[in-house]
Design a protein. Structure first.
Length: 111
């Protein structure tokens, strides 16, 4: 599995999110409460809205358009709960954050 450097850990503090384009994938890095950095698809599974335009409270991502909510630790939908965000493998090496986009495709849900 190959990893691409995206940023450094100083670019995504605990409780923050940041959008990046990696190998043509729109991804969203989130650093949830506890400090672990995760990478999810950057576009809402509902419609074509960037999740970075929504809110992040440290635990939940909330899309600005129709307020769908996602668990920032797992990407699982909270409301509605029959959807999820695709998750990209993350590797931290020193201060650098790497993401692998191999074989990961965004998920889209019912409308
Ligand atoms: S586009 Fe995100 S909730 Fe509808």
């Amino acid at each position: 599995m190959s990893f691409t450097k995206v940023c450094t850990v100083d670019d995504v503090w605990e409780g923050e999110m940041a959008p990046y384009t990696v190998n043509g994938h729109e991804i969203l890095l989130v650093c949830a409460d506890g400090g672990e950095i995760k990478a999810f698809q950057g576009i809402c599974p509902h419609q074509d809205i960037a999740l970075s335009e929504g809110k992040f409270d440290g635990n939940k991502l909330i899309c600005r358009a129709h307020l769908w909510q996602f668990d920032a630790g797992t990407g699982q939908g909270i409301n509605p709960d029959d959807c999820a965000l695709a998750s990209y493998p993350v590797r931290i090496d020193g201060d650098d954050v790497f993401v692998s986009t191999e074989g990961v495709e965004p998920l889209f849900a019912h409308s």
